[in-house]
Design a protein around this ligand. Structure first.
Ligand code: FE
Ligand code: FE
Ligand code: FE
Ligand code: ZN
Length: 210
């Protein structure tokens, strides 16, 4: 610990904002080339983000019923059915936000959500019906909720930055709902389902003396 370097202040030189597009001496190796229709301003990036989450929410309206059908705990099924109803409203709310932005609602495939949904399917096929599958379903749903929380958190921030306060307000509502859904799932996991799943381990394990 003695050879700690002295504080090297990250004295980054401030570049004038106007130099953003000019050529720099920095190597461009590893830099991804932008496609022809790449976003040039935050507003565009924001609208792209809306399209991404619009696809994701719509995909979830199909995935959630499948997961609910595979859940055993009545509590969990109820939680998922309720979140399905909320998700359908979120789709409508996004359509409202598109309108506020003067854009027509359109979906662009969200690779992340597609992956999370695929993962939920493999979790279900890799677990026996009952508390163990339920624990897996909760885990899969929480990954989904966390992705949504991250996405809406960013969208709210961007909406505020570009002065779209009405859009920000709508998106904040959804963000709050996603956080609520995540909390409910955590409660279910901690209160019963994980314990029931752990009991299955004991039952399927070797006979213990008693
Ligand atoms: Fe959602
Ligand atoms: Fe996405
Ligand atoms: Fe994974
Ligand atoms: Zn959600």
């Amino acid at each position: 610990m003695a050879t700690t370097k002295t504080k090297t202040a990250t004295a980054e030189k401030k570049k004038p904002a106007s130099s953003a597009k000019s050529s720099t001496s920095k190597s461009t190796r590893g830099q991804i080339k932008a496609s022809g229709n790449a976003a040039e301003a935050l507003r565009e990036l924001f609208v792209d983000g809306l399209k991404d989450i619009y696809w994701a929410e719509k995909a979830l309206t199909k995935a959630l019923p499948k997961m609910a059908k595979n859940a055993s705990s009545e509590e969990l099924v109820t939680a998922m059915d309720e979140h399905l109803a909320v998700t359908e409203e979120q789709v409508t709310r996004l359509e409202k936000v598109f309108k506020m932005m003067g854009e027509k609602a359109s979906a662009k495939k969200c690779e992340a959500m597609e992956g999370l949904i695929k993962e939920s399917e493999s979790i279900m096929s890799e677990t026996e019906t009952g508390p163990v599958r339920d624990a897996g379903i909760i885990a899969a749903c929480q990954k989904v909720e966390h992705y949504e929380i991250a996405t809406y958190g960013t969208l709210v921030a961007w909406a505020k930055t570009i002065g779209q306060d009405d859009a920000a307000e709508q998106l904040q509502m959804t963000l709050d709902e996603e956080k609520e859904a995540d909390m409910i799932l955590t409660e279910k996991a901690y209160n019963t389902i994980n314990f029931d799943a752990a009991d299955e381990d004991m039952e399927s394990g070797d006979e213990t003396e008693e």
